[in-house]
Design a protein around this ligand. Structure first.
Ligand code: NA7
Length: 897
């Protein structure tokens, strides 16, 4: 058990503490404060000779933070907040360093910090259940828990350019700027790198240097910071209710409480979109700007407009056309690489003493004794400034020193193919090791101070809880870690980060494993997940203590796709009564209301509402309505007859509008959605017979509808999937029409309710088991349920058209869909099956809400085109398509081919 004892040196040369912390920046200081208040002994080991971390080392001219400083502040103590006043919107490095010094003094933290001390090795001692740290200076440290508060960008990248040692002038790194400053007056200076550091430093250096040559490899997006006093509106918001403001920040997407943009930019007119981005740009705030784009998520359309505005701005400022061209970013979407805030950056290129060298055209060959040689020219300089960035995130941990965990396992080896963590806080095999803002947490994609406080609180709270429960060791499980990696990948598939080579992905360091390292799911959702790990009994952790005490709650914390999780959480928060409790008409009204609030679908060539005769030949109910979605491309197009979902009770020909539009665009085919009659007014077999009658009529009138002559295709979701495949069986048995293929999305196929998915997903995933029971009861009496017109799995399956069957993991209907696909395959029908991991029943039809459903719809569209004998297409309708990750398409069999 951890003892609330004073730090003590048991033998003369080992310092024994409960907790050792690496670093005395924002994270290390707050940790020390919390640990002390928790009654834990702690020491911070800091290689610098003062506090500050990042803000100690990055003293280059122009260094400032680029999150507004009123947000980039500790929030744990209201008295601290009133004791410190920031002077500017984006404080300069000296001011932030003063702030950290002020905090260290106010809480008397320096006495627990060993300055000028680098940890040399960290080794887990299994027998003692402690970490042993050797240090560059002074006593080794034995600690129960070891916390890396070493930042994310603290290990500068080596120069990687030949000949650095030959240079006779001075070399500086922005990330290791000398404390005493550097005199650049009258010097010929070269700077390599145009990331945030370069963009901040270049205008300042240009004012001093006799000549500044900027060596740029990749131009970055940058927009004006508008430095000055904190904006009054932001200050007013903060002052109005400081606690509320801070609390909102903790649950926001990026750690700054800004309202989320909910309208996807393609939903706006060009003029409105432009206004939206111009307004955001005028705020001079990265988070404001990026917030506008978050609603778009993986969509590049809105992004392109924002990028164009920034490009136009460069053109309007910089005079030399060649320089404009070189400065204009084209190789990555805005925001995929860290955008920069600038002050006089672009105007600096109009100065006569500044030259831009475009390394894309003339790469650096080497550094020589007198300067820098490209493959075209030589530049003689007195000083070279490397603003070339960092071995980000992992480097800040593994480059500090070797870390050896259980059985001597090296952390660098474990991370050789990319960082593996659970929650970005812990690593399996490394007991009692924690990382503050480590890879796998929001970290660099957030307001770091908010994330630091959250991590430090989470860790210290766990240490307190362990002490109370008598545990001495905590370790993530492999299952939890692997699950987190999947969730990380699911989240990043929704962002544009995967489309750029950046330090977020490790691409800036030659040979480094590639992959989006920070957690892209947002600060608020992340905080919920960390809390959930605790509330679910330390899910994903093994806790051990003396005398064999052990607790292991193995499992994955998030198995849902991130956007599915958000939707389900939102629905849970609404605390709605069960749909079936409304009665049939009430449920229909509710669904209609719900649908009215969803985003409008994307445009298609034409939408026509019409009617067709159903199975009621007497015509007492009149004709059936239909809605036809025609692609914008010249016809005639193949026709897909579509049957909507709704348990044979709810919905109509328009209720799956976003899905039909999306599929029409993706397939380039007509989607014709049929308004078949519903139960309980029209019970079994009305829906099936209406739909079959509709199919016949559509086949006979295909040409009038603008359809391509030849076989039809059918598709349907849920009960509509049931109807789609039932119509295939009827068409086979009743002499047509011919059907070229069937797309069955989460279909109802059978009237048995004992398959595992019915129980595993009985509640909590919107379509509940009891709702399904209700649908069945309204539509079909038990005596009729074995009829293949409602339980197609019980029917003859030979001779049916090729099928694409999509099922979702968290859907009561999952297993009957899989069973149907397998039965079709066994009957010799060519079948492709898509088992969508982490999805729920509505994932594919909530088109602009569940964006991770895109991959599945891409596959569905490809299948339909294949069935129709069309070549595969790309282009319209492919918006937001992400590399397939979340679905596992499986060819069940091609036996019949
Ligand atoms: P960044 O953003 O990693 O920028 C580094 C810059 O240096 C970038 O323009 C790189 O070009 C360039 N670079 C790196 N290596 C080379 C070599 N070998 N040759 C030429 N150019 C090179 O680091 P910063 O310090 O500016 O910013 C880090 C973060 O700190 C920032 O994002 C904020 O979060 C705060 P590349 O783009 O790789 O082609």
């Amino acid at each position: 058990m951890l003892e609330a004892s004073a730090s003590k040196t048991i033998s003369t040369d080992v310092q024994h503490v409960d907790v050792a912390v690496v670093g005395a920046g924002f994270a290390g200081l707050y940790l020390l404060h919390r640990l002390r208040r928790a009654g834990l002994t702690a020491v911070a080991l800091e290689s610098a000779d003062d506090v500050g971390g990042t803000w100690y080392w990055n003293r280059y001219p122009g260094a400032r933070c680029d999150i507004q400083t009123s947000d980039y502040s500790y929030t744990f103590d209201p008295e601290l907040e009133s004791a410190w006043q920031w002077s500017e919107k984006y404080a300069t490095q000296p001011e932030i360093l003063r702030y950290l010094g002020f905090v260290a003094d106010r809480y008397e933290l320096r006495r627990d910090i060993r300055f000028g001390t680098q940890v040399a090795t960290a080794t887990w001692d299994e027998a003692a259940q402690r970490w042993l740290l050797t240090t560059s200076n002074g006593a080794p440290v034995s600690c129960r828990h070891y916390i890396m508060a070493s930042g994310c960008l603290s290990s500068p990248k080596p120069p990687e350019i030949e000949g650095v040692d030959d240079f006779k002038g001075k070399i500086y790194f922005t990330g290791r700027w000398p404390r005493e400053g550097v005199k650049l007056d009258g010097k010929r200076v070269a700077i390599i790198g145009t990331g945030s550091s370069g963009i901040q430093a270049i205008p300042m250096i240009a004012e001093k240097a006799v000549h500044l040559t900027v060596f740029q490899r990749t131009p970055n997006f940058a927009f004006p910071a508008h430095n000055g006093p904190s904006p009054v509106d932001r200050v007013a918001l903060l002052e109005k209710d400081r606690n509320d403001y801070r609390e909102q920040a903790r649950w926001s997407l990026a750690g700054v409480p800004l309202p989320r943009a909910t309208e996807v930019s393609w939903q706006l007119t060009d003029a409105d979109r432009r206004e939206r981005f111009e307004k955001a740009l005028a705020a001079g705030d990265l988070v404001v700007m990026l917030t506008q784009l978050w609603a778009d998520q993986g969509d590049v359309e809105g992004n392109a407009l924002a990028a164009d505005l920034l490009r136009e701005r460069i053109q309007s400022i910089v005079k030399d056309p060649e320089t404009v061209k070189a400065l204009t970013p084209h190789d990555h979407p805005f925001g995929s690489k860290r955008p920069c805030l600038e002050t006089n950056y672009y105007t600096t290129y109009n100065r006569p003493n500044v030259t831009l060298v475009n390394l894309r055209q003339e790469p650096i060959k080497s550094i020589t004794a007198s300067g820098i040689k490209t493959d075209r020219r030589t530049f003689d300089v007195d000083v070279i400034v490397f603003a070339t960035g960092f071995d980000a995130m992992t480097g800040a941990i593994t480059a500090v020193h070797p870390i050896a965990g259980r059985d001597g396992k090296s952390l660098s080896d474990v991370w050789a193919n990319g960082p593996q963590t659970y929650l970005g806080l812990t690593v399996a095999g490394f007991p009692n090791l924690f990382m503050i803002t480590g890879p796998g947490s929001p970290s660099v994609l957030s307001n770091m101070v908010v994330s630091i406080e959250q991590h430090a609180d989470w860790v210290v709270d766990r240490l307190i809880a362990m002490r109370e429960a008598g545990f001495t060791a905590i370790e993530a499980t492999e299952t939890a870690q692997a699950g987190w990696a999947r969730h990380m990948a699911d989240c990043s598939a929704l962002t544009l980060h995967r489309l750029a080579n950046t330090w977020y992905t490790g691409a800036n360091v030659p040979g480094k494993a590639q992959g989006v390292m920070p957690y892209t799911g947002g600060v608020g959702p992340y905080r919920t997940i960390c809390n959930e790990a605790v509330s679910r009994g330390m899910l994903g952790f093994k806790l051990t203590g003396p005398n064999g005490a052990e607790q292991c709650n193995d499992g994955e914390i998030v198995r849902l796709q991130p956007d599915v999780r958000l939707v389900l959480n939102m629905l849970a928060d609404m605390n709605l009564p069960p749909l079936e409790s409304f009665g049939a008409q009430g449920a229909r009204d509710f669904v209609a209301q719900f649908n009215a609030t969803r985003p409008a679908g994307r445009p298609v060539g034409e939408i026509i509402d019409g009617t067709l005769p159903g199975a009621n030949l007497a015509g007492s109910d009149g004709p059936l309505p239909y809605r036809l979605y025609r692609p914008a491309t010249p016809g005639p197009h193949p026709i897909v007859v579509y049957f909507h979902g709704g348990g044979w009770v709810l919905g109509d020909e328009q209720s799956d509008d976003p899905f039909c539009r999306d599929m029409c665009r993706r397939t380039g085919m007509i989607f014709l959605s049929v308004g078949y009659r519903h139960a309980p007014e029209h019970r079994f077999p009305t829906a099936a017979e209406d739909s079959y009658a509709a199919l016949r009529w559509i086949a006979e009138h295909a040409a009038e509808l603008g359809g391509r002559p030849g076989p039809l295709l059918v598709a349907g979701w849920s009960a509509g999937g049931n109807i789609a495949t039932v119509t295939c069986q009827l068409a086979r048995d009743r002499g047509g029409p011919q059907i070229a293929g069937q797309l069955l999305v989460c279909p109802v196929t059978d009237s048995t309710f004992d398959r595992p998915s019915y129980n595993e997903n009985a509640t909590g995933y919107f379509l509940t088991r009891s709702l399904m029971y209700w649908f069945w009861d309204l539509y079909c009496s038990p005596a009729d349920r074995a009829d293949p017109r409602v339980s197609p799995l019980r029917g003859k399956l030979e001779g049916l058209p090729p099928a694409f069957v999509a099922t979702c993991e968290f859907d009561p209907l999952r297993d009957e869909g899989i069973a149907y696909a397998e039965a079709l395959a066994a009957a010799g029908v060519p079948v492709e099956q898509l088992q969508a991991r982490g999805h729920f029943h509505s994932s594919f039809t909530m088109v602009d809400v569940v964006l991770t459903g895109v991959d599945g719809r891409v596959k569905m569209a490809e299948a339909l085109r294949r069935f129709a004998g069309l070549p595969q297409k790309t282009g319209e309708g492919d918006e937001g398509a992400s590399p397939s990750r979340n679905v596992l398409p499986q060819e069940v069999t091609a036996a019949a081919e």
